[in-house]
Design a protein around this ligand. Structure first.
Ligand code: ADP
Ligand code: MG
Length: 702
């Protein structure tokens, strides 16, 4: 038996069980052994019954002295009760709707119970605790693995199959990592780690097992990223001779002076594009720090040297905004800018300043191919739409996850001759650990200061009682001619209740549609209120955004579609409903939509539930004005999910948790570097080669 053997070979697994396992996408022994527990129930820290005098989580060990199964509440819910006794006292445990337990737990059994203790009318009792029998073989561990279950596939079933698989397979000397990597990093062997991850012998060895698998995944990821980096450094880029006078001309004509950070970033970029190796740079800067102008400077330099630029934004609204903004900045340089959107496409002509023509998609594409469009702005469809550039030298990507070498090459008419320089921009400050993992192949420019004129935004966490006061303040500001954003966590109210009849955690959350109605009729009848969300047609969205910019709308109720990039200087109030549903970084992004001029701006945070924990977390926004600080906090509290689309990267919980550990990430990276130095191309490590290629395919399939 080995990893690729069918599960049918495991003793006790027949066609029926095979079918069950297939529900979890488990087909082979390998699939099964690498189906890791979702969590663990730890029975190792025990309390005595007498020491339980308050509600909380406890584990106790004792003898069952009484069981009772007849009780039901309103004839609907079956209740199973037991009394358990140790040397210090007795306590009751209750299970709801688990009638089969009466077959499992009998009077006289020695058991361990673990779970929540609460007050009931009869005093303190365990409700729905986990249990294990002391003399049963299957559960002879203090730490029991709990898997993601599905239908009939229970954790206890999985444990028994995995146990059989582990004893049937010979993995003593099997390794998926090079032996010296295992040794050097003090990792558990594969065999030991697999045993420990499913059947931990102690908290400590479980930790070691998890560390081994976390290391392994991050190590592979680092190999992939470093190989990308090496591959790019071997490609030819276009050396762009920068006409510094033109750049000065642009900068001198701006209505503001660049911050030092903007100057430095621009300089780094201009230096990069002069080289004949392709630039690979990430421009990180808080919302409103002024990344667009930096990108525009680079674009101008490239265009004036006779090359083309492609700019990709995550949404159409943002593409249009970039198009308008850059066209404004560059019109006097006689540049052709094209905008590729859903249906009608626009091209701004150099001959008629400020005029915009609509041309067909085909025509625009043709012009791009002929080199008659200097800068093409669009969404990700730029690459999907088979747009080809005549002589593309720079790709700018705003707020997108990854943009690989292959994707860059795809945009060029003549493939393989060179690949364009890449400038990635993001307003999500990424903690260093994550940046290394996600963007370890990019050089970094950081804009870490705000334009001077900006006043700090006054942020308030509004308790439910103070809601009316906040509305008054908002009215006052709108009367002064200001505009206001209202962010709601969802578009519409769900029409159905969740199937299980429970209250959905989203039940109290405001929706754009309802809230828009309410604000327009009840709260702000004297003002113009409009809604904006992702399900609207593009033309509708654009109209609303345009009306908002033209001050025809006072209050814009929106989902998170306005999260990134939207720039309306006169908007000075940001209200966020259901703030507890968002990450701190994301809230910081929302807040960045206001305070973009010298007007005093405000940010009001409303919540749909209110407790100490929520208060504490959101308070970070009042004290910390810096996105990096908040990002670190997010990573600590919420994990890396806010920074990387979990699905997009196909990371499992293991990897996600591992990403919180900077030491582990750093050592995986160092190890990957060493291996690649010693064995470029991984020719001597065929297994690693295979696994990195697999990962590559997975990441590129996104
Ligand atoms: P982001 O980094 O979020 O993309 P933008 O590039 O949209 O920020 O810039 C935000 C606003 O700040 C824009 O209206 C821009 O014109 C303005 N801006 C950029 N740089 C400066 C500066 N140095 N001084 C004053 N205003 C600036
Ligand atoms: Mg921007």
């Amino acid at each position: 038996m080995n990893f690729s053997t069918s599960v049918l070979e495991i003793s006790g697994v027949g066609p029926a069980n095979k079918k069950k396992l297939e529900k979890l996408k488990i087909k082979t022994v390998g699939d099964l052994l690498f189906y890791f527990p979702r969590r663990y129930e730890n029975f190792s820290q025990k309390s005595s019954v007498a020491s339980i005098y308050n509600k909380g989580k406890y584990t106790i060990e004792g003898k069952v002295i009484k069981t009772n199964t007849d009780v039901t509440i309103g004839r609907r819910i079956a209740i199973f009760e037991i009394i358990i006794k140790d040397e210090t006292g007795e306590i009751k445990a209750v299970w709801f709707n688990q009638p089969y337990l009466k077959e499992k737990i009998k009077e006289g059994d020695e058991i361990v119970l673990s779970g929540a203790v609460n007050f009931s009318k009869d005093g303190l009792q365990f409700s729905n605790p986990f249990f294990r029998k002391l003399n049963s073989d299957e559960d002879a561990f203090d730490i029991i693995s709990i898997y993601s279950e599905q239908g009939a596939v229970t954790s206890s079933f999985l444990r028994s199959v995995i146990k059989k698989a582990l004893s049937g397979i010979n993995i003593q000397n099997k390794e998926t990592l090079p032996v010296e990597v295992v040794k050097k990093n003090n990792l558990l062997s594969l065999s030991k780690a697999l045993n420990e991850v499913h059947f931990p012998s102690s908290t400590n060895s479980l930790k070691k097992a998890k560390r081994r698998f976390s290391f392994e995944r991050i190590f592979l990821l680092q190999l992939f990223i470093l190989e990308q980096k090496i591959a790019i450094s071997k490609k030819k880029g276009v050396p762009v001779p920068v006409d510094i006078e033109k750049v000065k001309d642009l900068v001198d004509g701006l209505p503001f002076t660049l911050t030092d950070a903007q100057k430095k970033a621009s300089w780094q970029i201009l230096k990069d594009i002069e080289k004949n190796t392709p630039m690979n740079r990430l421009l990180e800067g808080d919302v409103g720090s002024g990344k667009t102008i930096v990108a525009t400077i680079a674009s101008l330099a490239v265009i004036k040297a006779g090359y083309q630029v492609a700019l990709m934004a995550p949404t159409e609204v943002l593409s249009r905004q970039h198009f308008d903004e850059i066209a404004k900045l560059l019109w006097r340089f006689k540049i052709d800018i094209g905008l590729l959107t859903g249906k009608k496409d626009k091209i701004r002509s150099k001959r008629l300043k400020g005029d915009t023509f609509e041309v067909s998609r085909e025509k625009l594409q043709e012009k791009v191919e002929e080199g008659k469009v200097d800068l093409l702005v669009g969404t990700h469809t730029l690459i999907q739409d088979k747009v080809k550039f005549k002589n593309l030298a720079l790709v700018i990507v705003d707020e997108q996850q990854r943009f690989g070498v292959e994707q860059r090459a795809k945009l060029c008419l003549k493939k393989d001759s060179f690949i364009p320089h890449l400038l990635s921009m993001t307003a999500t400050p990424i903690p260093r650990t994550l940046a290394l993992t996600l963007y370890g192949d990019l050089d970094l420019s950081v804009i870490d200061e705000m334009p001077e004129e900006r006043k700090p935004i006054i942020t308030e966490l509004v308790s439910p009682k103070k809601r009316e006061d906040a509305y008054l303040k908002i009215k006052e500001e709108i009367k002064k001619g200001r505009q206001c954003f209202f962010i709601c966590p969802r578009i519409e109210d769900p029409d159905k209740k969740p199937a299980d009849g429970k209250k959905s955690p989203w039940a109290n959350l405001k929706s754009v549609e309802k809230e828009k109605e309410r604000l327009a009729t009840e709260v702000f009848p004297e003002f113009k209120v409009e809604g904006l969300h992702g399900k609207m047609k593009n033309s509708e969205k654009e109209k609303v955004m345009k009306d908002f910019r033209d001050k025809k709308i006072d209050l814009l109720v929106s989902t998170s579609v306005i999260e990134v990039g939207v720039d309306v200087k006169n908007a000075s109030i940001m209200v966020i409903e259901g703030a507890e549903m968002f990450g701190l970084s994301q809230l910081h992004q929302f807040r960045g939509r206001v305070g973009r001029s010298d007007i005093q701006s405000y940010c009001f945070l409303f919540t749909s539930s209110w407790n100490e924990k929520i208060k504490q977390r959101l308070k970070a926004l009042l004290t910390s004005k810096n996105g990096f600080e908040l990002a670190e906090k997010d990573l600590e509290i919420r994990g890396p999910g806010d920074f990387i689309g979990k699905k997009q990267w196909g990371y499992d919980d293991f990897t996600m948790k591992a990403l919180k550990d900077p030491v582990l990430v750093e050592s995986a990276r160092e190890t990957a570097k060493d291996i690649l130095e010693e064995d470029p191309g991984l020719k001597k490590n065929s297994l690693l080669r295979k696994r990195v290629d697999l990962l590559k395919r997975k990441i590129h399939l996104e």
